[in-house]
Design a protein around this ligand. Structure first.
Ligand code: ADP
Ligand code: 5GP
Length: 200
């Protein structure tokens, strides 16, 4: 039997750079498996089925939910998102480390269900930077940006429930910090229960 991999969660407010940082991390650590979530939101240009998400209808999402096929699932800004349980368990059992790049509510649900999961919160260097990134991405209209900024304030309030808060001042540096944490945590017998460590 192989030693099971480590389940780790990278969460943080919309626009902080989760996708950008996780892409760098995955390029540098090919042995990490990123869970592909299911969603009912529309595919964006440049995205592909099974790569960015599994794109489901509401009925298909309902069916998966009913069959208890999600590790966690939430409605976020009007669309539904969920982490398919089976692939996560399979990869962990194969000895791969599994990354969940999900929102803050989902992260806390995973923490409840999987107390061994390593919880990492991605922080913007400042609130102004977060706003600039959200606007710069040009994927949301003004009301949607305002909703995300309001939610971000509340989400930051949950930072203390994570093991680490990593500052995303630069995607390469942030990915490097996460990989260092991963390496350290893999050799640790038990996860610390103390205060969140801010890594910058
Ligand atoms: P999230 O997945 O958390 O919603 P994204 O990865 O889509 O965030 O990043 C939001 C925007 O910020 C994107 O336009 C991205 O290119 C940019 N970005 C990400 N990280 C940084 C950074 N460290 N410095 C400047 N811009 C960044
Ligand atoms: P987007 O639509 O921009 O790809 O993602 C919107 C938000 O949903 C992001 O914060 C992203 O991390 C989050 N998200 C993506 N997949 C999941 C998931 O499976 N579960 C949860 N809870 N959030 C997810």
């Amino acid at each position: 039997m192989k030693k099971p991999g480590l389940l780790f969660v990278v969460a943080g407010p919309s626009g902080v750079g989760k996708g950008t940082v996780c892409d760098v991390l995955l390029r540098r650590a090919p042995s990490v498996f990123k869970s592909v979530s299911a969603t009912t939101r529309k595919m964006r240009p440049g995205e592909a089925e099974g790569v960015n998400y599994y794109y489901l209808t509401d009925a298909q999402f309902d069916a998966m939910e009913k069959e208890d096929k999600f590790l966690e699932h939430f409605e976020i800004y009007g669309n539904r998102y969920g982490t398919p349980r089976e692939a996560v368990e399979k990869k962990l059992n194969e000895g791969l480390d599994v990354l969940l790049e999900i929102d803050v509510q989902g992260a806390l649900a995973v923490k409840q269900k999987c107390p061994d999961a390593l919880m990492i919160f991605l922080l913007p260097p400042s609130f102004e930077q977060l706003e600039r990134r959200l606007r710069g991405r040009k994927t949301e209209d003004e009301p949607a940006i305002r909703r995300r900024l309001a939610a971000a304030e509340a989400e930051m309030g949950h930072m203390s429930e994570y093991h680490y808060a990593v500052v995303n001042d630069d995607p390469d540096l942030a990915a490097e910090r996460i990989l260092r944490i991963l390496k350290e945590e893999k050799t640790r017998p038990a996860r610390g229960t103390g205060e969140v460590q801010i890594v910058r």
